[in-house]
Every structure is written in structure tokens, then in C-alpha cells.
Design a protein around this ligand. Sequence first.
Ligand SMILES: [Zn+2]
Ligand SMILES: [Zn+2]
Length: 68
Amino acid sequence: MEGVITCPHCRSAALHPIPRDCCQYCVICEDCNARIIPKPGQCCVFCSHGDRRCTVALRKYELLAAQR
Ligand SMILES: [Zn+2]
Ligand SMILES: [Zn+2]
């Protein structure tokens, strides 16, 4: 699975692979070479700057939904 991450520094979007079992905490922007890190309170760069939540967050929501 891949997600589009928009760089908060130069606004360029790039496709990055989403890890299945861990949170991607840092990616390097290919255009401006800046480190893209999550906003405070977000688990990873995909949840902060991506077009979709990461697999870890999605699984967490599914678990919560199943408990209700
Ligand atoms: Zn950038
Ligand atoms: Zn996440």
C-alpha cells in the first residue's frame, strides 16, 4: 500500500510506501530534502501529511469499532 505525502515545507506531493506493522515517523522530501515529521498528536507522517491514514491507525479504529 502506498500513500501520498504532501511536504509541509514546499507543498510537493510524493508517493511513499506505507509500512504494514509500524508507524512511519520520518520521510525525506525528494524536492527540498527536508525531514517531514508528524504533527503533534499524530502517530505518523501519513496521518499528518498523507492522503490516507496508516495501517496501524486504521487497525486501531477497526478494533474500537468492533468493541462497541
Ligand atoms: Zn519539500
Ligand atoms: Zn499513523
